[in-house]
Design a protein around this ligand. Structure first.
Ligand code: NAP
Length: 346
């Protein structure tokens, strides 16, 4: 028996990625789709302008879209609602006893809400219990990070054993990260836009929360200083990051390389269905990873690293690539739910 699940904001760009990613899932079955008043009451096929490659899944096309109010929705809800309404909607569902696994930014930095990357901080899930005391909810909210933060944190996680002193990251972010219709073609064609509203702050602060610890039932953010430059580039899918790191212990290049190769986390230990066999894959070729060639590998769930070399300013520098709408959005949330199921939280 599969667990029924719903998607809040199912008609939007990220919602469609949830619909696609959940097709054929061995544990979860999408039975409920929610959106705004504009869509509720319509069949999913009529309410949605399907913008992903491949056809809209038949099993979902005939579902009737519901407004985003708790009632007959399944206990496990994925959220991809517009951020202007996500706070109110997600809280109403958590209050009514639902487990909300959210992709929206609204609750990511809350003191009692885990910002989860299952390989890095599965122990942060323990804090979610506080929501019952602090908010009086029967359900709870868990979030996944911003799409570039997840690429950076997975690439940094293997190096955490050496002590992370300082990190400088420059991102080259795909246009799909801006949703639909996204950045106007007149702005992005043959161009780089060196500003993505709020992104640099998210990369810097979310990284510290994710890679920090837990003490006395509270998150203790990492004190490593992180500086981000975020740019939008003319790539369809796949966020790249050029990363420079200063490390406390000075490992050799071979030790850093071995750290990338051997890195595994709780999802790999548990064999979670959406977990890549290796969450971080080092590519030997001098000119890889590349978004067009590598982003779809491993179902978009791994982060690809390459071009590791010594840095004359910090200690090492390298490139990282991840799929922004899969590992950076829907796939990340589904992996979070798989972890929660395995840990007995659903
Ligand atoms: P989107 O395409 O504009 O979709 C928004 C969704 O929210 C639609 O299903 C829409 O339903 C629904 N919605 C809007 N107003 C609503 C209301 N008042 N009540 C209930 N539902 C409402 O946006 P998106 O790009 O998918 O982004 C969704 C969320 O994911 C945002 O919080 C965003 O920050 C986050 N996110 C996006 C990306 C990305 O790559 N785009 C990546 C990471 C995170 P209707 O179709 O009925 O209007």
């Amino acid at each position: 028996m599969k667990i029924p699940v719903g998607v809040l904001g199912a008609t939007g760009m990220v919602g469609q990625h949830f619909v696609k990613f959940l097709q054929g899932h061995p544990q979860f079955e999408l039975t409920w789709v929610g959106a705004s008043d504009r869509s509720s009451g319509k069949k999913y096929r009529d309410a949605t302008s399907w913008r992903l490659d491949g056809a809209m899944p038949e099993s979902v096309a005939d579902l009737t879209v519901t407004d985003c109010k708790p009632g007959n929705a399944p206990k496990l809800m994925f959220s991809a609602t517009d951020s202007s309404v996500a706070t109110e909607i997600e809280q109403a569902f958590a209050k009514a006893g639902h487990v909300v696994v959210s992709n929206s930014k609204n609750h990511r930095m809350d003191e009692d809400v885990p910002l989860l990357v299952p390989e890095i901080n599965p122990h942060h899930l323990s804090i979610a219990k506080r929501q019952k005391e602090t908010r009086g909810w029967d359900g709870l909210i868990v979030t996944n990070p911003n799409c570039s933060t997840i690429v950076l944190t997975l690439a940094l996680a293997p190096l955490q054993q050496f002590g992370l002193e300082r990190v400088v990251v420059t991102t080259m972010q795909a246009i799909s990260g801006a949703g639909y219709p996204g950045v106007p073609s007149m702005d992005i064609t043959a161009n780089v836009v060196p500003h993505i509203g709020g992104e640099e702050d998210k990369v810097e602060t979310e990284t510290q929360k994710i890679m920090g610890g837990v003490a006395d039932g509270r998150f203790v953010p990492l004190t490593t200083r992180v500086s981000a430059h975020c740019n939008r580039v003319q790539v369809v899918d796949g966020h790249m990051a050029a990363v420079s790191v200063e490390l406390t212990r000075k490992p050799s290049l071979a030790e850093v390389r071995a750290a990338f190769d051997s890195y595994r986390g709780r999802p790999q230990e548990l064999g979670l269905p959406s977990a890549p066999a290796r969450p971080v894959i080092y590519m030997e070729q001098q000119d890889r990873p590349q978004p067009r060639r590598d982003v779809e590998r491993e179902r978009g769930m791994a982060v690809f690293v390459g071009r590791l070399r010594e840095c004359p300013v910090f200690d090492y520098k390298f490139m990282a690539l991840g799929h922004n709408t899969v590992r950076g959005a829907a796939g990340a949330a589904v992996l979070n739910a798989e972890l929660m199921l395995a840990e007995g939280m659903l």
